[in-house]
Design a protein around this ligand. Structure first.
Ligand code: GLU
Length: 441
């Protein structure tokens, strides 16, 4: 059974980068008939907030990435305590008493000597008597996971290919603070085993953590999951800016970006497949494959997202958007304006143009022409195709053609120079309003 998990810390809203991670996990599970879990990483009580837990759930729901199950780390402390006790008993976790100032100083000295700033394991050299003295002095230890230096850590990453780390070049990671609180690393590995996570899919900023966590899986006798570390997002012009990096679902929604457009873009970003603004996820899921992911950073471009959104909106059927259209706007209205929209909300602007009132554009030199157009509009047949009837008649009577024929009419009828096809729009504006607007121009 394939099981993936998305594990955000509820310290803020979901942003583009972690939406992408959620999407990869969701798609991989869907593509393989597996399960997709939401794990709320809220061991840090100070920084975690309930409103963000709620926002994460709501955002995933809106994105169409609802999980098949949810767990919260804050409800699983008893399990962490049990595994921790076993690892301490097995000598794989040990107490360390250095203060952060002492550790800083050690690092500076190592760096000064041109050595890598790896923890020297001084705490492992303490005798029972040393520890008893420290404990009696009230010094509370923090806890480190003792890496096994004997063999390299290796795995075949679904995105990055074969990976190899030498544990001796890494510090024994601190897994628990002196106040008893948990750092991210160990609870995550415990949960991955306990929840039967088959695939850990996350950003490449976690690659070094994976090397450490693989040793934790082994130390606990758990099966190692398969790993996929996607290349990180960058901005169109290099590093992802703070603003772009923190762009959240709420802001994207306010901009009129549809969930389907976000999914369609983020599903393909950084892969060898082109972005296709498909409203339906099935083809995207069917073609999802980590082998198609590149190792180079994936460029996230807001302009590309806006374009994908517009292309998506142009495909949406009336029934899918009806509830979000202004009252009175029916299928013909939607179909008339749809090709001109960047967002669904813009449909209301065009509906305002249909219903009026519109901003009158001074007729200037076209005043006589528009007066003639008003007369023609009264004479033509409105049931069929009034726009072609009107322009054909005016072409005959005035000799105008092209832009000189069409643009003054568009301006007088819509108050704008550009917009949806007039042949579709004019029947919606209707005879009375059209004649009125032409007369007023
Ligand atoms: N809470 C961690 C993060 O947001 C989870 C990383 C993981 O996927 O293991 O970075």
């Amino acid at each position: 059974m394939i099981t993936t998990r998305f594990a955000p810390s509820p310290t803020g809203r979901l942003h583009v980068g972690n939406i992408r991670t959620a999407l990869h996990n969701w798609m991989f599970a869907r593509a393989n008939g597996g399960r997709f879990l939401l794990r709320i990483d809220d061991t840090d009580a100070e920084r975690s907030e309930e409103r963000f837990v709620e926002a994460i759930r709501a955002d995933l729901g809106w994105l169409g990435l609802a999980p098949d199950g949810e767990v919260r780390q804050s409800e699983r402390f008893a399990l962490y305590e049990a595994r921790f006790g076993e690892l301490v008993a097995a000598g794989r976790i040990y107490p360390a008493y250095e203060t952060s100032q002492e550790l800083d100083l050690k690092r500076k000295i190592q760096l000064g000597r041109g050595l890598p700033p790896v923890y020297d394991r001084a705490a492992l050299a303490l005798s029972d008597a040393d520890r008893a003295t420290l404990d009696a002095d009230g010094v509370r230890p923090h806890w480190r996971f003792r890496l096994d230096h004997d063999a390299a850590v290796e795995w075949d990453d679904l995105v990055r290919g074969h990976q190899k780390f030498e544990p001796a070049t890494m510090s024994d990671p601190v897994v628990r603070r002196a106040d008893g609180s948990w750092l991210y690393m160990l609870p995550s590995a415990i949960d991955d085993i306990d929840l039967g996570i088959s695939h850990v899919v996350r950003g490449e900023d976690h690659v070094a953590n994976t090397a450490l966590q693989i040793q934790m899986f082994d130390a606990m006798g758990g099966a190692r999951p398969t790993f996929a570390h996607a290349a990180l997002l960058t901005g169109a012009e290099g590093k992802l800016s703070k603003r772009l990096g923190s762009l959240g679902v709420d802001q994207l929604r306010e901009q009129g970006i549809e969930a389907q457009a976000i999914r369609a873009l983020l599903a393909r970003l950084g892969t060898s497949d082109p972005v296709e603004p498909l409203a339906d996820m099935e083809p995207l899921i069917a073609s999802f494959d980590f082998a198609r992911f590149g190792r180079a950073p994936a460029r996230f471009d807001e302009v590309e997202l806006a374009q994908a959104n517009a292309r998506l909106v142009h495909q949406l059927e009336f029934d899918a958007v009806a509830a979000r259209l202004p009252a009175g706007m029916a299928r013909a209205g939607w179909e008339a304006v749809r090709p001109n929209l960047s967002t669904i909300a813009e449909a209301a602007d065009w509906w305002g143009v249909v219903e009026g009132p519109i901003d009158a554009v001074p007729a200037g030199e076209d005043a006589d022409y528009l007066a003639a157009a008003a007369v023609a509009a009264e004479a033509i047949e409105w049931d069929g195709d009034p726009w072609h009837a009107l322009t054909a008649r005016l072409k005959d009577t005035t000799g105008r053609k092209g832009k000189a024929l069409f643009l003054p009419l568009r301006r007088a009828l819509t108050g704008r120079d550009h917009g949806p096809d007039m042949a579709a729009l004019l029947p919606l504006i209707g005879r009375e309003r059209a004649i009125e607007r032409l007369k007023q121009a």
